[in-house]
Design a protein around this ligand. Structure first.
Ligand code: SF4
Length: 237
């Protein structure tokens, strides 16, 4: 690379969020409308598209062709179409494939967890529950690793007060958290509803993925929420 006269091709990747050059590289990628802006696209797929002369998100958007699914295919989960994502971005429209459904038979409890993966430590459990016309929120903070078990127990205590709670979250981080906490501190095996809510939580992202295409480069919660009219009160968050 050092011997080369020109810099290497700019390809955004999984390390970018940790890199000090991320703002500069992202800006360049946006100027180029580079395919690597589409979060999650594998290198193999990008190279395959490049070999067909497709280098930009806009070029990709013109390749989407809707196809009728056969009866046999209808039972299988939908394949993710980057071309449809690109089309949604170009048209600034939300595209929906099939009839996405969310079945929640119980009391929905929104769950959002924050942690430090490199320290294997969860420091915040956020819960939001609708009670009639009002909303109840809980923010359980752990100041140190020693407090982690305390907030987990508080979390279980709150769930016990809810009739048939169904945990709803966005992404797999919360599911990993629930699994790890059960392994670390023991799962509440004696209570069927509680155990069910922990082991069968609903990941909204798996329903959105491949079925609802928002006109954003990623399926990140903040970006997606923006298309539904929600904004963070702190612009720097
Ligand atoms: S931000 Fe730029 S330099 Fe940093 S990892 Fe991403 S592409 Fe490489």
């Amino acid at each position: 690379m050092l011997k080369d006269k020109s810099p290497p091709d700019l390809i955004l990747n999984l390390n970018c969020p940790e890199c000090k050059y991320q703002d500069r590289c992202r800006q360049k990628a946006i100027e180029k409308d580079d395919l690597s802006l589409l979060t999650g696209m594998a290198e193999k797929e990008r190279k395959k598209l490049n070999s067909k002369g497709i280098f930009t998100v806009t070029q990709l958007s013109y390749t989407f062709r809707p196809r009728r699914r056969s009866k046999r295919q209808r039972d299988k989960s939908e394949k993710y179409h980057y071309s449809l994502k690109a089309l949604a971005i170009r048209e600034k429209k939300i595209h929906i494939v099939g009839n996405p459904e969310i079945k929640i038979e119980g009391t929905p409890v929104s769950l959002d967890v924050e942690g430090l993966p490199d320290r294997d430590f969860y420091y915040l459990i956020g819960l939001r529950i609708r009670k009639g016309e009002s909303i109840v929120q809980h923010s359980l903070w752990a100041n140190s690793t020693e407090d982690e078990e305390t907030i987990w127990r508080e979390f279980i205590y709150i769930l016990r007060t809810i009739d048939n709670p169904i945990l709803v979250h966005y992404g797999s981080f919360e599911r990993t958290f629930l699994k790890k906490m059960c392994e670390r501190y023991g799962e509440p095996i004696e209570e069927t509803n509680l155990k069910k809510s922990i082991t069968e939580s609903v990941n909204i992202l798996t329903i959105i993925y491949a079925q609802i295409y928002f006109p954003g480069l990623s399926n990140g919660l903040k970006e997606t929420a923006g298309f539904l009219g929600f904004n963070w009160t702190d612009p720097d968050c």
